[in-house]
Design a protein around this ligand. Structure first.
Ligand code: AP5
Length: 186
């Protein structure tokens, strides 16, 4: 089974839902940069204060900030003996992907598969409006989708060129999608 995984896809594709399920069932570390940033916001830390307004607008928080968060978690895990991990919401642009590659080289680790969750915009928007998180109103959702197309979508070609990309249809029930993901990660 592949156990060093990235989950890539537009907002609302179900990355967090599937990543959490998979991490629990297979004993992997689940690192969601969105969840970690929301934790910092809720705790009112300086990092959270810096990130809050940017997240509310649906833009990307600075690369340096998210890179530091991911580095500390992956280093901690490596020092504790290593293991599998699942990155959800990171990397989000080519600079973050290059930084991740450099970090993994330092740690002597490799990405084994990038799961690309694909779904129509209309369904994404419906799912997010039904959830109603602070950044789930119609205009911010549209902006998050634009940011995804401009900054994150280039990672599809980036990981395809590295022969790591596994596209998965993200429509249907949570269980049906989990089965499709299980089939590609083995
Ligand atoms: P982040 O938290 O990563 O949000 P996102 O990518 O916009 O993703 P979502 O959480 O909205 O969607 P998801 O694909 O995880 O779907 P989910 O499972 O939740 O990022 C938020 C913000 O943080 C960013 O805008 C940015 O500001 C900042 N940020 C985060 N990472 C960053 C980075 N690396 N660099 C810079 N900034 C960063 O599901 C969505 C909803 O659909 C849920 O209600 C769920 O219950 C429902 N659902 C899931 N699956 C199904 C299904 N099969 N059928 C019906 N409903 C479903």
């Amino acid at each position: 089974m592949k156990q060093r995984l990235l989950f890539l896809g537009p907002p609302g594709a179900g990355k967090g839902t599937q990543a959490q399920h998979l991490a629990e069932s297979r004993g992997l570390l689940h690192l969601s940069t969105g969840d970690l940033l929301r934790g910092e916001v809720a705790a009112g830390t300086p990092l959270g204060q810096e990130a809050e307004a940017v997240m509310a607008r649906g833009e990307l928080v600075s690369d340096a900030l998210v890179r530091a968060i991911v580095r500390s978690r992956l280093e901690q895990q490596a020092q504790a003996g290593g293991g599998g991990w699942l990155l959800d919401g990171f990397p989000r642009n080519v600079a973050q992907a290059d930084a991740l590659a450099a970090l993994l080289q330092e740690l002597g680790q490799q990405i084994e598969l990038v799961v690309l969750m694909e779904l129509d915009d209309a369904v994404l928007v419906q799912r997010l409006l039904a959830r109603g998180r602070a950044d789930d109103n119609e205009s911010v959702i549209r902006h998050r989708l634009e940011v995804y197309r401009q900054q994150t979508e280039p990672l599809i070609a980036y990981y395809r060129e590295r022969d790591l990309l596994a596209p998965v249809e993200a429509a249907g029930s949570v269980d049906a999608i989990a089965e499709r993901i299980a089939a590609v990660i083995g």
